[in-house]
Design a protein around this ligand. Structure first.
Ligand code: ADE
Length: 233
């Protein structure tokens, strides 16, 4: 799977792609990453990428021309076999969830546009963007962190990146939050690992974990519990 990220500050993203599981996935050829500096596509002497909004109002808007030129360079270099989606992370998008991550993980090529300032010219959204996604009901100062959140949630679902069992049991994959984890030592600051986990009794461990998942979800995300019960009917 290939990720192309368009940004005014690609250096913010660079370190992430050079670290840990992502770096390994790239090295193994499962994931490919391309960072595009939008400013390289600004035509004027000052390499201007923003301008005041028509109609007035606070802040600046990212101009259409440099973004369009950057997007054209990406799109013309890659044959679109239908597996490409262009995503614009924005607080006014649809909510990005694990289900959306699963849907995007089967695409061949994701193009992400990182916004800055008040936003990007609407015509870029009209002409190039397949989906606008919000990573939550709060406003970040730029799209880089939201793009990384989306990329991180998506690439780890791509075949071969991490072991399948880790994905099956994690939070949200079954519509519930995950059970608690423990490792050595058996007692830490007076807190003991629950006996059932030391029992070696797999059916009981599974039952205990399922109960903890329900309990945790009920306590902190009752909305998820209602949804999981509705869809399992
Ligand atoms: N850009 C700024 N805030 C954002 C959010 N909550 N989700 C996605 N992109 C954003």
């Amino acid at each position: 799977m290939k990720f192309t990220v368009l940004s005014l500050f690609p250096e913010i993203l660079q370190a992430y792609f050079e670290s840990s599981i992502m770096a390994k996935a790239i090295e193994r050829g499962i994931v490919d990453v391309e960072l595009v500096n939008i400013r390289d596509f600004a035509a004027d002497r000052h390499r201007t990428c923003d301008d005041a909004p028509y109609g007035g109002g606070p802040g600046m808007v990212m101009k259409a021309e440099p973004l369009a030129a950057a997007l054209d360079s990406v799109v013309s270099e890659v044959v679109n076999t239908g597996g490409r989606r262009t995503v614009f992370p924005t607080p006014s998008g649809r909510l990005f969830t694990q289900q959306v991550a699963q849907r995007l993980a089967v695409e061949e090529h994701l193009v992400l546009i990182c916004g800055r300032y008040e936003g990007i010219d609407q015509r870029i959204i009209d002409l190039y963007v397949d989906e606008e996604l919000s990573i939550g009901d709060y406003v970040l100062s730029s799209g880089e962190i939201a793009s990384l959140a989306i990329i991180d949630a998506v690439y780890r679902l791509v075949d071969g990146v991490i072991r399948g069992e880790s994905l099956i049991e994690e939070s949200h994959s079954a519509g519930l939050l995950e059970y608690p984890h423990y490792t050595r030592p058996e007692v830490f600051r007076g807190l003991k690992v629950p006996d059932v986990l030391l029992s070696g009794h797999h059916a009981e461990i599974e039952r205990w974990r399922a109960e903890r998942m329900r309990e945790k979800t009920m306590a902190v995300r009752p909305d998820l519990l209602a949804e999981s019960e509705r869809t399992s009917d």
